[in-house]
Design a protein around this ligand. Structure first.
Ligand SMILES: NC(=O)c1ccc[n+]([C@@H]2O[C@H](COP(=O)([O-])OP(=O)(O)OC[C@H]3O[C@@H](n4cnc5c(N)ncnc54)[C@H](OP(=O)(O)O)[C@@H]3O)[C@@H](O)[C@H]2O)c1
Length: 215
């Protein structure tokens, strides 16, 4: 796995694309309008390309999904379900609703009995979705440096080989890894985004990450 498509022109797409480039992968960022990524491409160097969702998904060995949660199902359709087949999809999305948070608590478009990643996995059954990067702010996704040591990235997904691949990425990106099992565990992982954001919305505190303590 050396060619990574990063579907997303937002800040998460940028941070993760730069992270993969830093760790010697080739990257194509995808957008409905690739021209908006032209300046990024110039600064990102010779291993960086831009294209449509479809072009990026076709070209890649593995794919990062970093689009708005409410657009995620449509974005994978635009990428082409056939192009996702057999590929690892690193799913950073959260199903955040358009309505504002209530006392700092984000609203979701999903409920606790079906996550966004389950819906994505159903729509693209041959793709290997792995939930990852969804439970931390973008500033800390790549090689976070906390005084308490590496924070924990919670992942899940149905395909063992895809999770092994993602664990390799997370080791390079400086994370402790906690594998929570199959796709249904995204019901628990996606809401960690709500918890992570509460101190931000209430007290403007955005510099933290979760750590699972064990004995
Ligand atoms: N921000 C964070 O720190 C953070 C942390 C963890 C997880 N996340 C999750 O990561 C994802 C990306 O977040 P973000 O803040 O970088 O950006 P964002 O504003 O949530 O998403 C931007 C991307 O969504 C795409 N998009 C929007 N509407 C679309 C539509 N109708 N059809 C297809 N694509 C559409 C845009 O496509 P175009 O390029 O075509 O405009 C763009 O690539 C979100 O799901 C978010 O919840 C964010």
């Amino acid at each position: 796995m050396s060619k990574i498509a990063v579907l997303g022109s937002g800040v998460v797409g940028e941070v993760l694309a730069n992270g993969f480039l830093k760790h010697q992968y080739e990257v194509m960022r995808g957008s409905r309008d690739p021209s908006k990524l032209a300046a990024w491409k110039v600064g990102a160097g010779p291993k960086a390309q831009v294209g449509t969702f479809e072009a990026a998904a076709k070209w890649a060995d593995s794919i990062v999904l970093a689009v708005k949660g409410t657009a995620a199902l449509s974005a994978i359709e635009q990428a082409g379900i056939a192009s996702l087949s057999g590929k690892t999809i690193m799913d950073a999305t959260n199903p955040i609703a358009d309505s504002p948070p209530e006392n700092g608590v984000l609203k979701f478009t999903t409920d606790l009995n079906e996550s966004l990643m389950e819906k994505l996995q159903k729509k693209a059954p041959e793709a290997h979705f792995v939930k990852v990067f969804s439970s931390v702010g973008n500033a800390f996704m790549v090689n976070p440096n906390f005084p308490g040591g590496p924070p924990t990235m919670f992942i899940c997904g149905n395909d063992a080989a895809a999770k092994t691949e993602v664990k390799g990425v997370l080791e390079k990106f400086g994370w402790d890894i906690s594998d929570m099992g199959a796709v249904q565990a995204a019901r628990a992982i996606e809401p960690l985004c709500m918890l992570w954001c509460i101190p931000g919305f209430l007290r403007n505190e955005w510099s933290h990450a979760f750590k699972l303590l064990k004995k």
